[in-house]
Design a protein around this ligand. Structure first.
Ligand code: FUL
Length: 457
């Protein structure tokens, strides 16, 4: 068992997964016929004539994304309605037959390049317009479209496959040839990470509400990575009678109880995807979520070993809504004020008895009134190791008070010691004028602990 735990601690990310981790925060853009019909899911019968953005400006999207501090864009090149935002050679259901004749994928990719951010696309396997859907020919159709997107728009950092399908038990059944899709991506865009519910490079966090697991592990049972194929009835492990698959919403995904009996382990970190508004597509009457909700989501994603893919839906004119830009600005200002000024410290690492329980003694150069955040980072390139930790502050009389109890760290853990929107944490009261020391105790880990950063704010 010890050997297995050590192995789990040493499952490592690829270079492209590391690059993705470092992006932390990027934007989804949901745009298409739904924007004009006021729907969330089109049925594919929409007339392309309705798609008519009159002031479309992808540079404005990029400005909004950059203003928010995000590092990339993921555009819905084709949503479930099958309508393509590029003039695909393989269908008439696209921008080429709309009053807007341009190539929106090209405009978006060019704007990203010009603005110095990365570009990626979302491509829905579920296609409610294609006559091929539900037949083996659909995989050819899908691969043709995927190839267009992979070869005609420069560097792609991300290919986001959506596993949603609303066909129901009597609907069309499509066997997706995911291995073939993945091969195409590896061939044409070897640096692109691939997202699906089950990975292979990045996996869905399991909800669209912006909430995190109590312990988010990047190393998960390999059974998960075949789930998508099981769902569609295909693939090498399409054995529905077997218990050996794990659902992507599983709460304990990656924790010890779950990995101990797995067939293997893979490195597949989580992304939290959420829209800035209730819907993924723009609806006039909807308002952006509150600043508090978005900030919490940031802590639950970027601050909990996931990334944040925050959706900004363009309006019918083809611009990011002013209300959303205002909220993004507020969020950026809040992030700047919360994480703009580091507290200067000196850190001493004391080796605990086992190498998996080191203690970090942190002495502040100047006493402070309060510490709002402790930000921890493991050297994730070596694997994810910490299972649990706690943070203590020293009182003037020399007593130590535990102020935070944590589970995983991974790429980044933002420990919020006190909620900026709430009252003062009572535990801090008697020491708050004189905090000079804190201590971080790693209480359990899967192998030697390699913390890369400890920052206080
Ligand atoms: C879901 C889709 O059904 C939604 O429309 C949206 O695109 C979201 C990101 O993924 O599965």
């Amino acid at each position: 068992m010890m050997k297995f735990i050590k192995e789990a601690a040493n499952v490592r990310p690829s270079k492209k997964q590391l690059d993705w981790f470092e992006m932390e925060y990027y934007a989804f853009i949901h745009f298409g016929p739904n924007t004009f019909t006021d729907k969330e899911w089109g049925d594919g019968s929409e007339n392309p004539e309705i798609f008519n953005p009159t002031k479309l400006d992808c540079n404005q999207w990029v400005e909004a994304i950059k203003l928010a501090g995000m590092k990339g864009m993921v555009l819905t090149a084709k949503h479930h309605d099958g309508f393509c935002l590029w003039p695909s050679k393989y269908t008439e259901h696209s921008v080429k037959n709309s009053p807007y004749r341009g190539d929106i994928v090209k405009e978006a990719a060019d704007a990203c390049r010009k603005g110095g951010i990365k570009f990626g696309f979302y491509l829905s396997p579920w296609d409610r317009n294609s006559k091929y859907y539900g037949t083996p020919e659909y995989n050819d159709y899908f691969c043709n479209q995927l190839t267009e997107l992979l070869t005609e728009y420069g560097d792609i950092f991300y290919v986001w496959f959506d596993n949603a399908c609303g066909e129901g038990p009597n609907g069309k059944k499509q066997i997706y040839d995911f291995p073939r899709y993945f091969d195409l991506i590896h061939k044409h865009q070897p640096n692109a990470v691939i997202f699906n519910d089950f990975g292979p490079d990045i996996r869905w966090c399991g909800n669209e509400a912006g909430s995190a697991r109590h312990a988010e592990w990047a190393v998960v049972p390999s059974e998960l990575c075949y789930y998508g194929e099981i769902q569609t009835g295909a693939g090498p492990m399409a054995d529905q009678g077997s218990l050996s698959w794990i659902y992507s919403t599983e709460k304990e995904l990656g924790t010890m109880a779950n990995i101990l009996y797995s067939k293997g382990l893979v490195f597949a970190p989580s992304e939290i995807d959420i829209s800035i508004r209730p819907g993924w597509f723009w609806h006039e009457e909807e308002e952006p979520h509150s600043l508090e909700r978005l900030f919490k989501t940031y802590l639950a994603s970027v601050g909990s070993n996931s990334s944040l893919n925050l959706n900004l839906p363009p309006t019918r004119e083809g611009l990011i809504d002013k209300r959303d830009i205002q909220r993004l600005k507020e969020l950026k200002e809040l992030l700047n004020s919360e994480f703009g000024k580091e507290i200067a410290v000196t850190i001493e690492k004391v080796q605990g008895e086992p190498i998996t329980q080191p203690i970090y003694n942190i002495v502040l150069q100047e006493p402070v009134n309060s510490i709002k955040y402790v930000v921890l980072q493991e050297d994730i390139a070596q694997g994810q190791r910490v299972e649990s930790f706690r943070i203590l502050i020293g009182s003037p009389s020399g007593h130590q008070y535990p102020i935070y109890q944590g589970t995983t760290i991974g790429y980044k853990k933002i420990c919020q010691l006190q909620n900026p929107f709430a009252e003062q944490n009572p535990l801090l009261d008697d020491t708050r004028t004189t905090i000079l020391k804190i201590q971080i105790q790693i209480t359990s880990a899967r192998d030697e602990v390699l913390l890369k950063e400890i920052k206080l704010y």
